[in-house]
Design a protein around this ligand. Structure first.
Ligand code: TYD
Ligand code: MG
Length: 463
């Protein structure tokens, strides 16, 4: 009989480990996500030296000389930005995202750019045959590069190949869910296989010093044993997001041991692969139509980067007897509820009989509280039927008493707005004269608000 104690149950959705099987995961409340996992294979396959015979580790002072890791730029600036400046040797990056979002496309482009720069790069696909990858390369017009391809799902073979190729700098594994280790007794894509395969590949990367990029599919239902169970094993986790109906794709770092996690890279999917979008504001605002009530432009920040976005609000009389609808895309619904309450209570706006729809155009998700003022402006404009001034951008946090609060990096936001031809900024009132904010950019007038009720008054439209 199998030893009971050597089994664990791991949730495919959140990675929580349970001693007993259950229909529902205690940690994330998902149903049918627990999967049996053997404990030994990982330890056995690691072939580590016998426990109990350790050597003394070297100790270092905190004040010693710091050596920054060398970086290899991928040649794709938007990707390098999210990586924190390029790939670090012996580091492991996990790129997660929905199937079909463009992970293979992005990595094939990056891999061929790197190979074009003279680096030795291996692109190993467990999903596509070599010919399919070649066809994609023709479509992406990257055929001339000296990239090495392989189609394999066998991790033992892959590791053996890597051992025989000492000068490899970067290895792409597409995808980790297709990889398979003979020593693990379960199908590819299961938690045990994904973990054991990742472990072997990561060990090879650390030993040989190449950068490893793992692709991982993740679905909303967490149907595949995906990136979640790997997050703690890798140095950086990036998610490739976007709506497949939209052209934009956003690469976002969720974890990065070698860089900031709030940077984003913006791409557009074209018929010749992913194109970098170095000026996302222009792209996000490209389809904006002036003179329509319910729209306001938010001057936001994504990481260190200012991004202008259009916030759209639509109000319609509530249908039926139930509670009014509040539908939000790209923003927090709790935050919308708060803002609606503030507008009702502090500004006398009547919204409780209305269904409210809010949309951040372009498919980006905004998490900054600084978006409050732009959302409020869109709502006020929708309620009054008066468009916001087409040349105005908005930013500022709104408190529960309706006060408009300071937000960080006003200067960067103003500069971006001026660059795109905006002429007015509606923003929080300066607390002290001559404080942090410098003079506004040329041609930009500032409308400083102390209270959100100033939005409802005539002064905004008067400009
Ligand atoms: P892919 O990179 O295969 O996605 P993933 O690896 O994340 O599953 O991208 C697949 C989608 O991208 C597919 O629907 C077709 C589209 N695509 C383009 O629009 N243009 C292109 O040049 C390429 C290569 C793909
Ligand atoms: Mg793919």
């Amino acid at each position: 009989m199998a030893k009971k104690t050597s089994r664990q149950y791991v949730c495919k959705a959140c990675g929580a480990v349970h001693a007993k099987w259950a229909g529902q995961c205690d940690a994330c409340q998902e149903w049918n996500t627990l999967e049996e996992m053997a404990v030994e294979p990982l330890a056995a396959s690691s072939a580590s030296p016998r426990a109990g015979k350790g050597r003394r580790v070297q100790l270092h002072g905190l004040g010693g000389k710091v050596e920054l890791p060398p970086r290899t730029g991928t040649g794709i600036a938007e990707l390098d930005r999210v990586l924190g400046g390029g790939l670090v040797p012996a580091s492991v990056v996990l790129v997660g995202g929905d199937p079909g979002i463009g992970k293979s496309t992005l990595l094939l482009q990056a891999a061929s750019r790197l190979a074009g720069k003279g680096e030795r790069v291996l692109y190993i696909s467990g999903e596509e045959a070599v010919d399919q990858i070649r066809l994609r390369a023709i479509r992406l017009e990257v055929v001339e590069s000296s990239l090495d391809l392989a189609a394999s799902i066998n991790v033992a073979d892959i590791v053996a190949t890597l051992e025989a190729e000492p000068d490899v700098k970067v290895v792409v594994i597409d995808s980790i869910q297709t990889m398979w280790l003979e020593t693990v007794d379960s199908a590819p894509g299961t938690v045990s296989q994904v973990r054991a395969c990742a472990f072997e590949l990561i060990r090879a990367a650390k030993r040989r010093g190449f950068s490893l990029i793992l692709v991982g599919h993740v679905t909303k239902e967490g149907a595949l044993a995906g990136p979640r169970v790997l997050e703690h094993m890798v140095d950086a986790v990036m998610y490739f997001e976007g709506d497949r109906g939209h052209q934009f794709r956003i690469l976002r770092a969720a974890k990065n041991r070698y860089g900031a996690t709030d940077e984003i890279g913006v791409f557009a999917m074209t018929d010749r692969g992913l194109e970098e979008v170095s000026n996302p504001s222009a792209l996000f605002l490209a389809e904006r139509r002036g003179n329509i009530a319910g729209s306001a432009v938010f001057a936001g920040l994504e990481g260190s980067r200012p991004v202008l976005l259009e916030v759209q609000a639509l109000l319609s009389p509530k249908g039926g007897d139930g509670a009014p609808r509040r539908a939000v895309v790209g923003w927090d619904s709790g935050r919308l509820a708060m803002l609606l309450a503030v507008l009702e209570t502090r500004c006398g706006l009547k919204l409780s009989g209305m269904d409210v729809y809010l949309n951040v155009a372009g498919g980006l998700r905004v998490v900054e509280p600084a978006a409050d003022l732009a959302v409020a402006a869109a709502l006020v404009s929708a309620a009054s039927g008066v468009p916001t001034s087409p040349g105005a951008v908005y930013f500022g946090e709104v408190g529960l008493s309706g006060e408009v609060r300071q937000v960080s990096q006003a200067d960067a936001r103003l500069k971006e707005a001026a660059k795109l031809g905006f002429t007015q900024a509606v923003l929080p009132r300066r607390i002290a004269r001559g404080s942090a904010r410098s003079r506004p950019p040329e041609g930009m007038s500032l409308l400083e608000l102390g209270h959100i009720s100033d939005l409802v008054g005539p002064d905004v439209e008067a400009e």
